[in-house]
Design a binder for this molecule. Structure first.
Ligand code: THU
Length: 131
């Protein structure tokens, strides 16, 4: 991914973050997932009164891509006010499609501070199925 692409992806995640539905945590997260087709899928965290049904921004973005037939993931940007890295469930969910996915993590209060990792660094020894 070149710098132009990375910047666009971060901007897209920052744009998505504004639409997070996080009335319980007040912790908005935005994600933007670039696919091999060149399309970018946005995601936000969507919380629920039951708490446990909350879904993270990363999985929303991944689900949108898959639902649109784009299962070749190229890179994902995740923004939050502390620049968190994806939770364990999201790591496993993303690894289904791209075990080495480049991940860009950004603090939305300091968007110049960018942390980069690959999914295999964040999730070594992922579950690959029963066979
Ligand atoms: N959250 C995400 O959307 N992505 C992450 O990587 C970590 C956590 C959301 C879930 C919940 O709505 C809020 O952040 C606080 O945990």
């Amino acid at each position: 991914m070149n710098v132009a692409n990375e910047n666009e992806l971060i901007q897209s995640a920052l744009d998505a973050q504004k639409r997070a539905y996080c009335v319980y945590s007040n912790f908005p997260v935005g994600a933007a997932l670039l696919t091999a087709s060149g399309r970018v899928y946005q995601g936000v965290n969507i919380e629920n009164a039951s708490f446990g049904l909350t879904i993270c921004a990363e999985r929303v973005a991944a689900a949108a891509a898959v639902a649109n037939g784009d299962i070749e993931f190229t890179a994902i940007a995740v923004v939050s006010r502390t620049g968190v890295s994806p939770c364990g469930a999201c790591r496993q969910f993303l690894a289904e499609f791209a075990p080495n996915l480049p991940i860009v993590m950004v603090d939305s209060l300091q968007p110049d501070v960018i942390h980069r990792a690959t999914l295999d660094q964040l999730l070594p020894g992922r579950f690959e199925g029963p066979v």
